[in-house]
Design a protein. Structure first.
Length: 218
């Protein structure tokens, strides 16, 4: 490590921090939007109306079969043409991430709902609750407890996937580090720093997932 220049990291820190903020903002918004849309899609997949269930299943299977980078390209190039006006790269990428992650979150949520015994919704309806109220007040609270570890794991994957936004010119954490590395001709220092940051963040979240799995398995 004698030739390792820590100063180059310090000099580029303000610029790289801006990229990190973009990565965190994109992750937070995509996870939130994906979860909300995922709940809707999961409920549609559980609908007794077959056409509605089939349509939701097609959405999930279609997006899960596509590579994320292709979905990003689609929305970056197609959305402005569909709406007839230009949108920012961040907005197009955010739409792509939300729709893509919703397909994965919906399956996690559907599995969580299925893990709750079916008799509980019948018992809730026998007490006078509607099916929607039974889902909201009885089924979902229990399902969420079962889902949390898997949802966090998918969110970790989402954080890692944000590095793909370089394809539309956004300056995320990895891209800003690459710019500094090329500018100062110090790739080892910058890429090592990126690897360490991702390792610390993802490992910490993975430990949290492990603790939650042990807690909710009791």
């Amino acid at each position: 490590m004698g030739g390792f220049d820590f100063d180059v990291i310090a000099r580029g820190a303000p610029f790289i921090w801006g990229g990190m903020l973009l990565t965190l903002e994109l992750t937070a918004l995509a996870v939130t939007g994906g979860l909300l849309l995922g709940i809707v899609i999961a409920l549609l997949r559980l609908s007794p109306l077959k056409p509605v269930s089939w349509l939701a299943a097609f959405y999930v299977n279609f997006l899960r079969s596509m590579p994320l980078i292709l979905v990003i390209f689609w929305f970056y190039t197609l959305v402005p043409k569909m709406i007839g006006s230009s949108i920012s790269g961040f907005q197009s990428v955010l739409i792509a991430f939300v729709l893509f992650e919703a397909a994965y979150y919906s399956e996690i949520i559907r599995a969580g709902i299925a893990s709750v015994r079916a008799g509980q919704i019948s018992a809730a309806m026998a007490l006078g609750l509607t099916r929607l109220q039974a889902m909201r007040y009885v089924i979902l609270p229990q399902a969420i407890r079962n889902m949390i570890p898997v949802l966090l794991t998918q969110s970790i994957i989402m954080l890692q996937d944000t590095s793909l936004v370089y394809v539309v010119g956004l300056r995320d954490f990895l891209t800003t580090a690459e710019i500094v590395a090329n500018r100062d001709n110090r790739p080892i220092e910058l890429y090592t720093m990126v690897a360490v940051v991702f390792l610390v963040v993802c490992f910490s979240l993975s430990r949290l997932v492990g603790r939650l799995r042990r807690k909710y398995s009791l």
